[in-house]
Design a binder for this molecule. Structure first.
Ligand SMILES: [Zn+2]
Length: 125
C-alpha cells in the first residue's frame, strides 16, 4: 500500500496494513480511540502517555487547509458575496468532517515518529 493511501485509509504507519483506530472514525462509541497495538505487525501505538495529544497541531493545520480549500471552491462558484454564508458553510464542512480530520491527524502524527518498514510484515509470518 502506498503512503498516501495508508494515510487516507488510516492504517498503521509501519506496516501500512493494520488499522490505527479501534473503529470507523464516525463510529460514536469508539470516537478517537486508538488501538493498543497494530493487529498485523504488533507495533505498540502507545509510545508514551498523551502521545496523540500532539496530533492536535496536525488537526489544526488540516482544519485551516480545509477552510481555505472550501473558500477557494466557493469563490470559483462565485458564492463569496455574503461573508456570513461563507462562515456557516466552512463551519458546517469542518463539523461534518471533524471525526475524519481527527483520525487523519492521528495517523499523520504517528507517521512522523514511526517509520515505514516493509520487512515488518515478514517478521510476523
Ligand atoms: Zn502495523
Amino acid at each position: 500500500m502506498r503512503k498516501i493511501q495508508s494515510i487516507l485509509f488510516l492504517k498503521c504507519p509501519r506496516c501500512r496494513e493494520g488499522s490505527l483506530l479501534v473503529g470507523h472514525p464516525y463510529q460514536v462509541r469508539n470516537l478517537n480511540k486508538v488501538n493498543e497495538s497494530c493487529s498485523v505487525c504488533q507495533l505498540n501505538f502507545k509510545i508514551e502517555t498523551g502521545f496523540f495529544y500532539g496530533s492536535m497541531y496536525v488537526s489544526y493545520g488540516l482544519g485551516v487547509a480545509l477552510s481555505i480549500t472550501v473558500y477557494i471552491f466557493l469563490s470559483l462558484l462565485g458564492m463569496v458575496d455574503k461573508p456570513l454564508n461563507i462562515f456557516f458553510i466552512i463551519c458546517g464542512t469542518l463539523i461534518a468532517l471533524m471525526p475524519y480530520i481527527n483520525a487523519l491527524s492521528k495517523v499523520i502524527w504517528a507517521g512522523l515518529f514511526l517509520k515505514y518498514d516493509p520487512n515488518s510484515l515478514k517478521k510476523n509470518l
